[in-house]
Design a protein around this ligand. Structure first.
Ligand SMILES: *Cc1c(COP(=O)(O)O)cnc(C)c1O
Length: 401
């Protein structure tokens, strides 16, 4: 089909919940995408931090194809080898104890919230426990995940949402303390806020949150759906903070393209919460997606993907610092590893920069607060970074001329 036909048919039949970029993706190769328009694009958004290994990383397709030849779905009523293997890898990499696989990030959040409420129920023998979440957070679009998402625009039309949620300011420990009650059962936060505008947690803030949770036996849920899987230069961002969550949520790059998420619990949370009958999913963690997860962990280890990401991140950060110095309309540069943001002043909408970049062959997206968001494939090379930054340089020059 021609690109214009694809776009027109999509707009005619698909519910309009996204304002899509005017590009129909046909195929990908490495860190490049081919459009139905016949043009090639450098991908600096990786399917929203999903394609950590880029497209067709050697060994990835082969493993998935092999699994398709065996079985792709079993339900969770039977055992299968991809589940055994992927579970061991996820648990070992996190230093936690047990994992539950889901189909998406939002479902990983749902499971984590249920585990926290059940833990408190077991402990106190009653319901009605509260969860503290952060302003400007993003945890997903299902009703439970939306209930802990600190964004009024996303939430308001769907109220009443799940009750018992209080919102504190990210990186403001006093505002967290102000939300604490005897009924608090969990604190949920992103280790690095993504959608909210790329804000890493302050080390003192996260350390203090950990201390509060330990003192009061509150479960700390860290959402690393976007910042996990090597993106920040360590497998999990929390490793750089010298703490561990009680429950970790992951998704996005976990399967590097297939729909899969997980919530991972430490021994205390696992043994004190969900039991048979409490939670389930028909597809979640099926053999097909878990063959991908298992392969992703193998490929990361064999090829030093996280180490490469850390190195590339230093190069990207330096280039973005130079760009910020060059243009006064760039008001801030923040991030951790290969998860970075450039904040623009109001005269230059980040969305306009992203739209112009696409015309010039660069796929890049935005985040909240007029921020241009960098979540490229982790396999990005210095030459790719040079190319992307040079395209952005010309975009900003054009928009501020
Ligand atoms: C994307 C994202 C989610 C939601 O994941 P879905 O797979 O879209 O449901 C949750 N939390 C964070 C931090 C995310 O970036």
């Amino acid at each position: 089909m021609k690109q214009s036909e694809i776009i027109n048919k999509t707009e005619e039949y698909v519910l309009h919940t996204y304002n899509r970029f005017p590009l129909a993706v046909e195929s990908g190769n490495g860190v490049r995408v081919r459009g139905a328009d016949g043009r090639e694009y450098l991908d600096f958004m990786a399917g929203i931090a999903v394609y950590a290994l880029g497209y067709h990383y050697p060994g990835y397709d082969e493993a998935l194809i092999e699994q398709i030849g065996k079985v792709i779905h079993t339900s969770n009523l039977y055992y299968h080898e991809p589940l055994a293997k992927a579970a061991e890898k996820v648990v070992r990499s996190t230093g936690l104890s047990k994992v539950f696989f889901t189909n998406s990030g939002a479902e990983a959040i749902e499971g984590a919230l249920k585990a926290a409420r059940k833990y408190a129920w077991n402990k106190t023998g009653r319901a009605g426990h509260e969860i503290i979440a952060m302003n400007d957070s993003f945890h997903g679009r299902s009703v439970g995940a939306l209930s802990v998402t600190g964004n009024a625009h996303y939430r308001d039309p769907f109220k009443p949402l799940m009750g018992g949620v209080k919102f504190a300011d990210y990186n403001d420990i006093d505002s967290v303390r102000a939300c604490l009650t005897d009924d608090t059962c969990a604190i949920i936060m992103e280790t690095v806020q993504g959608e909210g505008g790329i804000y890493p947690a302050d080390p003192e803030f996260l350390a203090e949150i950990r201390r509060i949770c330990d003192e009061r036996d509150i479960l700390l849920i860290l959402d690393e759906i976007q910042c996990g899987m090597g993106r920040t230069g360590s497998m999990w961002a929390f490793e750089q903070y010298g703490i561990r969550p009680d429950i970790l949520t992951c998704a996005k790059a976990l399967g590097c393209g297939v729909p899969v998420g997980a919530f991972v619990l430490n021994e205390k949370a696992a043994s004190g919460s969900l039991v048979p009958g409490d939670h389930g999913t028909t597809y979640g963690g099926n053999p097909f997606v878990l063959s991908a997860v298992s392969t992703v962990f193998d490929l990361y280890e064999a090829n030093g993907i996280t180490e490469h990401a850390a190195k590339a991140a230093g190069y990207l950060a330096a280039a973005l610092d130079r760009l910020k110095d060059k243009y006064p309309c760039i008001t801030a540069h923040r991030g951790l590893g290969l998860m970075r943001g450039l904040e623009f002043s109001v005269e230059v909408p980040a969305g306009k920069v992203a739209a112009l970049a696409l015309e010039k062959g660069l796929m890049i997206i935005t985040a909240g607060g007029n921020v241009l968001r960098f979540v490229p494939p982790l396999v990005i090379e210095e030459a790719d970074i040079d190319e992307a930054v040079s395209v952005l340089d010309s975009c900003i020059a054009e928009l501020t001329a």
